[in-house]
Design a protein around this ligand. Structure first.
Ligand code: UT7
Length: 366
């Protein structure tokens, strides 16, 4: 039987702390006016000491499960898309799996920078459509403030922290994920990268001294690339869904720069009002920007069940992609589930498993 991959839950979480342009102007040689006119950004949220990529992802995931009315132990797959994982390994997705008590889920991280959420959505939807799984959690989460050079005015004004999550469920009624496009061009890898900390340039005192553990970016080149591929990817995804742009109620683009979104709207010949824009309040949250914007679009009534929406993004890699989704209503509620309550049970389970593992080690290790 054909399964359609419906988005039945959505949730977001941003750190409490805000950083305004005025505050940034106290830190580097910039002005509120320059940042607003060149990027459209007014403020962004910045992780506090307690916030991490996994903690933001966990909150967003629990909120999405709440909307979907789905118990964490019904989730088959968790993908966390991030460029700022909790650790290099284990995967941030495994940390989330443990914290929410998704006892039956396979979990892994996906790294496609700002395009990551679109890639993750594609992978999870395919797994549902081919019948391998039924329920998936796709999360985009970033704490970019931890890898930003706060002395570099060309990058530190752009980025913010946050997380967004979707629950995807296989259902028989048509709709949900309609098409997807994923592209990459590694020849442009040097335009946006974090040089040190990998196997090529392991972290050392010298790499720290040279600031190679921070984001490095050629802004102008990334800008040029972005304006080109946003139009191309949107057109390809819409065509693959056998639709035209007239059938699309809303475009939710990666929130990097207002001028990039304006150029894409011009290139697609659609009014800017058909694009969701919230980067003024969040900055560029990389892979989290699309699900955060989607949550706010639902909240403000701009995205309703039955609407066809395009998600389109670009980022380091270089990577870019788009997907077309027919937005779904959450599944019918027979019995109200409170995923939040599973948090305590999940913690107890996690402690118990560690204790058992310890004793097993003592017994079998001898
Ligand atoms: O998710 C993907 C992540 N990356 C992106 O999306 C980045 C895409 N690129 C951009 O958004 C833009 O290129 C930027 C916002 C990064 C820069 O805007 P721009 O209009 O491309 O500026 P520019 O790099 O051409 O620089 C223009 C001038 C330069 O001064 P000179 O050489 O003309 O004297 C910069 O030094 O603006 C200067 N500048 C600044 N001035 C005040 C650069 N950053 C700042 C700043 N405040 N923060």
């Amino acid at each position: 039987m054909t399964q359609y991959a419906h988005i039945t839950g959505w949730g977001m979480c941003v750190p409490e702390k805000k950083l305004t342009n005025a505050a940034l102007a106290q830190m580097v040689d910039t002005t509120d006016e320059w940042i607003r006119t060149r990027t459209g950004i007014s403020e962004r949220h910045i992780a506090g000491n307690e916030d991490t990529t996994a903690s933001l992802a966990t909150e967003a995931a629990l909120r999405a499960l709440q909307v979907a009315n789905l118990r964490p132990d019904k989730v088959d797959l968790i993908i966390v898309s991030t460029s700022t994982p909790e650790y290099i390994f284990p995967a941030t997705a495994c940390v989330v799996q443990d914290r929410i008590g998704a006892t039956k889920a396979g979990a892994f991280d996906l790294l496609a920078a700002c395009s990551g959420f679109i890639f993750a959505l594609n992978v999870a939807s395919q797994a549902i459509q081919n019948g391998t799984i039924v329920n998936a959690l796709v999360i985009g989460s970033e704490t970019l403030s931890r890898i930003v050079d706060w002395g570099d005015r060309e990058t530190c004004i752009l980025f913010g922290d946050g997380a967004g999550a979707f629950v995807l469920q296989g259902r028989n009624d048509p709709g949900g994920y309609l098409s997807g496009v994923m592209r990459s061009d590694g020849s442009g890898g040097d335009l946006l990268n974090l040089p040190a900390g990998g196997s090529k340039i392991p972290t050392s005192l010298a790499t720290i001294h040279e600031g190679l553990h921070y984001i490095h970016m050629n802004g102008r080149e990334v800008f040029r690339f972005a304006t080109r591929v946003m139009v191309q990817a949107t057109q390809e995804a819409v065509q693959a869904a056998q639709l035209t742009l007239d059938d699309i109620q809303l475009v939710i683009p990666h929130q990097a720069n207002l001028r990039i979104i304006e150029a894409a709207a011009r290139g697609l010949d659609i009014p800017l009002e058909r694009c969701m824009i919230n980067l003024d309040r969040y900055g560029n949250t990389s892979t989290a920007s699309i699900p955060i914007a989607a949550c706010e679009a639902v909240e403000s009534g701009r995205l309703k069940a039955g609407d066809k929406v395009v998600f389109v993004g670009f980022g380091a890699g270089l990577t870019w992609g788009a997907s077309v989704v027919q937005w779904s209503a959450p599944s019918e509620v027979k019995r109200k589930v409170r995923p939040e309550r599973y948090r305590l049970l999940a913690r107890l389970r996690s402690v118990l498993l560690r204790v058992i593992r310890h004793f097993e080690g003592l017994i079998w290790g001898q």
